[in-house]
Design a protein around this ligand. Structure first.
Ligand SMILES: [Zn+2]
Length: 243
């Protein structure tokens, strides 16, 4: 599955590849476009002999560490593993997907960062767990930030801002809105990058896919497409033979 992620019989890009992860042997990863349907994702993972693992996303700060996939659907907003043969997947439509790899300990994670998870510092909690419990070296962690609704397109109300009041990273990502004080433009990427800085992660350890789900038509946007919006599949996994 090298190359640009283009399906042979499809003129659309199925997923956006991550340059930062490109040279890591055995790693499969990408941010699915709207053309990567669940069916296509399933056949892709079957082809690679990977077991697809989803999580019941609940907009929380809960993450699940798994060493195998027993088949039951766990609840939370991030999946972490060091086992080969699993394809971790989080679904988004405007929220920010983050894929993480630490090549030495072979720990990988897929994180779903909506405003609620961001307010509860989910990403920071995942990183701290990887470092403290799974012995990942902070400086060896690599991060890919996928397509999300950008700060210009994402308008939020006072209740969202309030949820960030007690956070150590405070109101990073909030920008005043043209309509005044009760509305804000919120940048999920900025807020989550601030959490990484809190964990001591450098900008060089991160790759940002500069695509807005609202602006660009290759993605699903809940805000734009409403109930018609599908979900984007963001995936990461180790192939069984890590040659
Ligand atoms: Zn935008």
């Amino acid at each position: 599955m090298s190359g640009k992620g283009k399906h042979q019989n499809d003129r659309h890009l199925l997923f956006w590849p991550i340059s930062l992860f490109e040279d890591i042997p055995g790693l499969i990863s990408g941010f699915g476009t709207r053309y990567l349907t669940k069916k296509k994702l399933e056949s892709m993972s079957a082809l690679l002999a990977l077991k697809l693992v989803f999580i019941d996303q609940i907009h929380s700060d809960k993450f699940q560490f798994i060493d195998s996939h027993g088949g039951q659907l766990l609840a939370g907003d991030a999946l972490i593993t060091r086992a080969a043969g699993l394809l971790l997947c989080v679904r988004t439509a405007d929220c920010l997907p983050v894929l993480i790899v630490e090549p030495k300990t072979q720990v990988i994670a897929a994180v779903h960062c909506g405003w609620r998870g961001t307010a509860q510092q989910l990403l920071l909690k995942v990183v701290n767990f990887m470092i403290n419990d799974l012995r990942c070296a902070g400086e060896d962690l690599l991060f890919a930030f996928g397509p999300r609704i950008c700060g210009h397109c994402y308008e939020v109300g006072q209740e969202v801002r309030k949820a960030f009041a007690n956070q150590s990273t405070k109101f990073i990502g909030f920008h005043s809105h043209r309509q005044g004080e009760r509305k804000w433009n919120f940048d999920l990427l900025e807020a989550n990058l601030a959490q990484l800085r809190e964990a001591g992660v450098n900008r060089e350890q991160t790759e940002v896919i500069d695509q807005c789900t609202y602006h660009h038509s290759d993605w699903w946007s809940y805000r734009k497409n409403g109930l018609q919006a599908g979900r984007l599949f963001n995936f990461i996994g180790w192939r069984t033979e890590k040659a």
